[in-house]
Write a protein of this length. Sequence first.
Length: 288
Amino acid sequence: MKISEILKENEVTISCELFPPKKGSELAKARELVREMAALKPSFISVTYGASGGISEHTVDLVNEAQNENKVPALAHLTCASSDRKKIKEVLKQLQDKKIENILALRGDIPADLDFPLPDQYHHASELIEEIKAFGEFCIGGACYPEGHPEAESMEGDIDNLKRKVEAGCEFLTTQMFFDNNILYNFLYRTLKKGIEAPVIAGIMPVTNVNQIKRILSLSGTMLPQRFRAIVERFADSPPALKQAGIAYATEQIIDLVANGVGHVHIYTMNKPDVAGAILKNLSEICN
Ligand code: FAD
């Protein structure tokens, strides 16, 4: 099913995310993770495409596992910074063959050691979106950044570029993680004012271990509210307590979003079905 239809038909949706393994030898374990995640019955499962600008050979396999083997709608991420046009077409053909209908079209991070863009590469996600639209009947989503993309010179300019992306054919947007809902409400106000009407799915990251926090701190521009910092300081030395607090914090963020009319939420579940399960259990009556 197309994600645009899922968002239209349901006031509240909760989706989950997985990242594929680097090695083919870990694929069986990754498929098991998909099965565990699918058993939680999220609105859809998304599978990332590499990371830090890398490509992925296993994204197609895992979206196939979610959609065709476990009957949960799937969203394949696809980045173009590390792939040329030929590679992109190959992946689109694989997705088409497996009848995968949804793609999150991304530029990807620019690898530090590579010249970008080369003549046979797309410069921006909007160009990739145009290519996907010309290729076939996919429902296409894109990324957006409530605190501004790190490369953007201004929030205003970033939202202008986002509008270009939507005009190129993006039917929904998923946000970068944020830890203060007011940042999202402010962003939604600004995007609506610019005439961006594509539905926005709020990206929530349950922070359940110290390594994740280090990674978030290394991302420029992610605001960590004092309330969040206090949790990290208090529970950093106790992994079970930090996990419980991280799940509670994410749950509370989602409840506040739904209460304020933001009904579509994507949980960055980071290959942790237990964390996804705990949050969905907390929301069982809210997301009914
Ligand atoms: P773009 O939309 O191309 O924007 C990138 C920058 O270029 C922005 O600053 C924008 O303002 C500017 N820009 C855009 N269009 C124009 C234009 N026409 N002219 C001038 N400037 C322009 N990375 C992965 O490697 N794999 C993943 O699976 C993955 N999944 C993600 C999922 C989500 C929901 C999010 C939020 C991010 C994800 N990322 C992933 C990270 C993402 O690839 C990076 O944030 C990347 O730096 C930007 O990608 P984009 O698609 O937003 O790029």
